[in-house]
Design a protein around this ligand. Structure first.
Ligand code: CUA
Length: 328
């Protein structure tokens, strides 16, 4: 048995192997900068795992390389090697060390998971909707929806991931967290952004032909800017709703038949022959239509087939509907 440990050759091989291993870890940008508390913890765990593995890799590989070189057989040596017996001490060591390493990694991993998923009371709630091939974000507490995710810095964001068709996966590399959006269930993830800025939202689950372009953005802003964003968006939604209600009111108010005839002549008679009373035009004859008032209003407003929508709106729409009603 080899009695003396060959310290110098082992040290030389060890230094070379360690340098190559460390260079790969240090010279390549493996990870984006961590810009959430979760990313800091997760990336920390990852590097801990890496260096722990690298430590044992260097020891094992160095001994292996030394053994291959030292005890290589010459070309004419056809003998078996001398028989050897086990080494109880060594076996205890190589069992105990991995057990300790495994327990350490398990405890560290548990702590990271526990902290990453600790829910804060003042968190911002956002509903994330994934759909082939875009993302939309709903703020249930403010009643708004956006195409860009806006969240405050230094405050927890709870993302409720939902899918409208197939499985997608919400991923912001800088946040260090990925979460599947699965049809039929809500999957929740928590993120505490630590740095203001704009980061990409990437779909990380192959979801169809547009998967590669299923991207969006997350803007991490100050608390003040975030509140301003909520106020602005809420005001916009209110204004849009009010405008839509007002327009619908105008459009469904009783129209003026005679005014409708004039508008029809100007805008519709090019296609509907005989002011809509005859067949043979590009558009169909309207006399004898089976559509009810709501149906006529819908076609006049939104178009149908070759007929474009948006030709008339507001009171004009009401007047045209009144005219068509009068001839049908
Ligand atoms: Cu959605 Cu890939």
């Amino acid at each position: 048995m080899y009695k003396k440990v060959p310290i110098i050759p082992l040290a030389v091989i060890g230094i070379v192997v360690a340098a190559i291993t460390a260079a790969q870890a240090l010279l390549i940008d493996w990870l984006p900068p961590a810009q959430s508390e979760q990313a800091e913890r997760t990336f920390g765990l990852l590097w801990f795992l890496f260096w722990l593995s690298a430590f044992f890799f260097v020891i094992v590989t160095s001994i292996l390389i030394y053994a291959i070189w030292k005890w290589r057989a010459s070309d004419d040596d056809l003998e078996d090697g001398p028989p050897t017996h086990g080494n109880t001490k060594l076996e205890i060591v190589w069992t105990a060390v991995p057990v300790i390493a495994l327990i350490t990694v398990a405890v560290y991993g548990y702590i990271v998971l526990e902290r990453n998923e600790a829910v804060a009371a003042d968190r911002v709630n956002v509903d994330v909707y994934a759909q082939q091939f875009n993302w939309t974000y709903g703020y249930p507490d403010a009643g708004i929806e956006t195409g860009t995710l806006v969240v405050p810095v230094d405050r927890q964001v709870q993302l409720n991931l939902r899918a409208r068709d197939v499985i997608h996966d919400f991923w912001v590399p800088q946040f260090g967290i990925k979460g599947d959006a699965v049809p039929g269930i809500t999957h929740t993830i928590w993120i505490n952004p630590t740095e203001e800025g704009t980061y990409p939202v990437v779909c990380a689950e192959l979801c169809g032909v547009g998967h590669g372009v299923m991207r969006s953005e997350v803007k991490v802003v100050s608390e003040q800017e975030f509140q301003a964003f909520l106020t602005r968006s809420t005001a916009r939604v209110k204004a849009e709703t009010a405008a839509a209600t007002a327009a619908a009111k105008l459009e469904s108010a009783p129209g003026d038949e005679a005014a409708g005839k004039t508008i029809f002549e100007a805008k519709c008679s090019g296609c509907h022959a005989g002011l809509g009373t005859e067949a043979g035009g590009v558009g169909p004859q309207l006399k004898g239509t089976t559509l009810d008032t709501a149906g006529i209003r819908n076609v006049a407003k939104n178009g149908r087939g070759a007929m474009p929508g948006g030709l008339v709106s507001g009171t004009e729409l009401a007047d045209v509907v009144a005219y068509v009603e009068s001839i049908k």
